[in-house]
Design a protein around this ligand. Structure first.
Ligand code: PLP
Length: 370
C-alpha cells in the first residue's frame, strides 16, 4: 500500500542507527556453540553485586511512577562530585541528554562543531533539529582542537568534544583542552562527553568538573552505562550551569528515568570498590593487548578507555569475519571510519588472550600482516 503521509523533509538525511543482527542470531547462523561479544562497549565484568541485590527489593514499587526529578540520586551525585544539586541533570542514558541539549539550544540553521569520527549521535541529533553538523577531521585518531576553534562562525551554537573519544579511545592533552575551553566564546555551549571518564588513568587527562565554576557554557556528560555496567537500565547524567539544567527540564519527558535505574545508580555509586576493580582489570587487559599487538607488528591508537582501535593492515570486515569463525565478535572499523581497523572491547584476561591467539591464527593463514 502506497503511504501518502510524508515525514519531515530533513528525515531524508537521517538513517536509523544500524542495530545489526542479535548475537544469538549470529550464533545460530554460524553454528557456533557460543560467541564472545567484544563488539559492544559494555562492562564485560557486569555490574556491582550490591546493585543486583538491591534491585530485588525495588520490585514492590513498580506500580508507582518514578521520581521525575530523581531527587535521591541527584543529592547523592551532588555530594559525590562536590557540585550543587541544581547543576545536575539525570537522563535516560547520556544519549538522551545529547538529544535534549540540541532540542533546547539549537535553532534551525545553527552549526554544531564536532570531530569527523566520533560518537554518531551528535551528528544525527543535530540534523534532526535542522542544525548543521560541522565535521573536523581527527589527527592520529585525536580531536584537532585548533581546527575546531578555527571552525567557529557567527552561526556556531555548540561544540562537542568526546574525551576519551569513541571509537578511537584517545584523549586530548589537558593543557590543550583547558586552553580550548577558555577560547570558546561564552555564548557557545561546549559539550564534553566523558562517557569513559572513569577508565582514563593518564596524567594528561583533564579533571573538568572544577571548570564549571569558571565557564557557564561548559556541559560535562557522564554515564552509568560504561564502568558501572548498567547500560541495560539507561541512566546517565550531565553537569552544567543551573540555567542550562532548568532549560533541559522544560524539554524532557516528565518521567524520563525509570525507577530501577535510579535505584541502581545510587547503589552503584556507593560501591566504588567495584568500579576501581574494573578499572584495574581494564588496565591489565590494556597492557596485555598493547604488548602482544606490538610484538605482532600491529599499530593502534593509544586508548584511555575500555576499547581499542587496532590497525589490521587489511580490511577490518575480513578480520571480523575470520574472528567470528572462532566465536569472537569485534567491530569492523569499516562502519567507524577506519576501513583497515577493528575496534575491540578490552575484556577478561582469558578473553584477551583468546583474542590474541585467534588474531595470530588468522595472520598465519594469511601469511602475516601487511
Ligand atoms: C556509550 C556512549 C554514550 C551513551 O551512553 P548512554 O548509555 O546513553 O549513557 C555517550 N557518549 C559516548 C561517547 C559513548 O560511547
Amino acid at each position: 500500500m502506497a503511504v501518502k503521509v510524508k515525514s519531515r523533509e530533513i528525515l531524508q538525511m537521517v538513517t536509523a542507527y544500524p542495530l545489526g543482527k542479535s548475537v544469538l542470531d549470529l550464533q545460530n547462523e554460524m553454528g557456533l556453540p557460543s560467541i564472545i561479544n567484544l563488539s559492544e562497549i559494555e562492562n564485560v565484568f557486569g555490574c556491582s553485586a550490591k546493585v543486583k541485590n538491591h534491585l530485588t527489593h525495588q520490585l514492590d514499587h513498580l506500580f508507582t511512577y518514578p521520581d521525575g526529578s530523581a531527587r535521591l540520586l541527584t543529592t547523592k551525585l551532588a555530594e559525590f562530585l562536590n557540585v550543587k544539586s541544581d547543576q545536575l541533570f539525570i537522563g535516560n542514558g547520556s544519549d538522551e541528554i545529547i538529544r535534549l541539549l540540541l532540542r533546547a539550544f539549537l535553532n534551525a540553521g545553527d552549526e554544531a562543531v564536532m570531530a569527523e569520527i566520533t560518537f554518531p549521535r551528535y551528528k544525527t541529533n543535530v540534523t534532526i533539529e535542522d542544525g548543521r553538523p560541522v565535521l573536523v577531521p581527527l589527527i592520529d585518531g585525536t580531536h584537532d582542537l585548533d581546527r575546531m576553534l578555527a571552525c567557529i562562525t557567527e552561526n556556531t551554537k555548540l561544540i562537542f568534544v568526546c574525551n576519551p573519544n569513541n571509537p578511537t579511545g584517545t584523549i586530548v592533552e589537558k593543557n590543550k583542552l583547558e586552553d580550548f575551553i577558555a577560547k570558546v566564546p561564552e555564548h557557545i555551549l561546549i559539550v564534553l562527553d566523558e562517557a569513559y571518564y572513569e577508565y582514563a588513568t593518564s596524567e594528561e587527562y583533564l579533571q573538568s568538573v572544577p571548570f564549571l565554576k569558571k565557564y557557564s557554557n561548559l556541559v560535562i556528560l557522564r554515564t552509568f552505562s560504561k564502568v558501572y555496567g548498567l547500560a541495560g537500565l539507561r541512566i546517565g547524567y550531565g553537569l552544567m550551569d543551573s540555567y542550562i539544567a532548568a532549560e533541559l527540564n522544560k524539554v524532557k519527558e516528565v518521567f524520563n528515568v525509570n525507577q530501577l535505574a535510579q535505584a541502581a545508580a545510587i547503589v552503584a555509586l556507593e560501591d566504588q570498590e567495584f568500579r576501581l576493580e574494573c578499572v584495574e582489570r581494564n588496565e591489565e587487559g590494556k597492557h596485555l593487548l598493547e604488548t602482544e599487538l606490538t610484538k605482532m607488528g600491529y599499530s593502534f591508537f593509544p586508548t584511555q578507555a575500555n576499547f581499542m582501535m587496532v590497525h589490521t593492515g587489511q580490511p577490518g570486515d575480513i578480520v571480523c569475519r575470520e574472528l567470528l569463525k572462532h566465536g569472537l565478535l569485534v567491530k569492523s572499523g569499516a562502519a567507524l571510519g577506519y576501513p583497515d581497523a577493528i575496534r575491540v572491547t578490552i575484556s577478561s584476561m582469558q578473553d584477551n588472550h583468546y583474542f590474541i591467539k585467534c588474531l595470530k591464527n588468522i595472520e598465519n593463514r594469511n601469511g602475516g600482516v601487511s
